[in-house]
Design a protein around this ligand. Structure first.
Ligand code: HEC
Length: 110
């Protein structure tokens, strides 16, 4: 009896958590870019930072100073890797996903 109650409460809590998470979702593309970024990049670039090389963050100003100004520039880094950064080829991140990640970065980190 008590066990059932615990299970019920757990399921209820999980459901309300899931509906809360989906309630505030922005446009599909921005959201997909954010999700991919969180999955693939955020380990080393939390909130657009850089835990390995703090001088190379993803803030727009820093990127521009390093001559990274367009989605293509960011995709080039993903494809080629960098010192201490994983190389992501097209099997790891498809072209359209890479584009969404790049767009998310340029539109998010000031
Ligand atoms: C294993 C850690 C790691 C992961 C995962 C990672 N990066 Fe990086 N990233 C780095 C490091 C370290 C640098 C600095 C490289 C250097 O010194 O040139 C960097 C640099 C960059 C830069 C250039 C920043 C600048 O200011 O010059 C971009 C853009 C970038 N990463 C994008 C990404 C994207 C997009 C992803 C996910 C697809 C990603 N990174 C995943 C570690 C990582």
């Amino acid at each position: 009896m008590k066990k059932n109650l615990i299970i019920t409460v757990t399921i209820f809590a999980a459901c309300s958590f899931m509906s809360a998470a989906s309630a505030g979702e922005p446009a599909a593309t921005a959201n997909a870019g954010e999700k991919l970024f969180t999955q693939q990049c955020a380990v080393c670039h939390p909130q657009g930072g850089n835990i390995i090389n703090p001088r190379k963050t993803l803030s727009k100003k820093i990127l521009a100073a390093n001559n990274i100004k367009t989605e293509a520039d960011i995709i080039k880094i993903m494809r080629n890797g960098a010192a201490g950064m994983t190389k992501f080829d097209a099997t790891a991140i498809a072209d359209e996903d890479a584009k969404m990640i790049a767009g998310y970065i340029l539109g998010t980190f000031k």
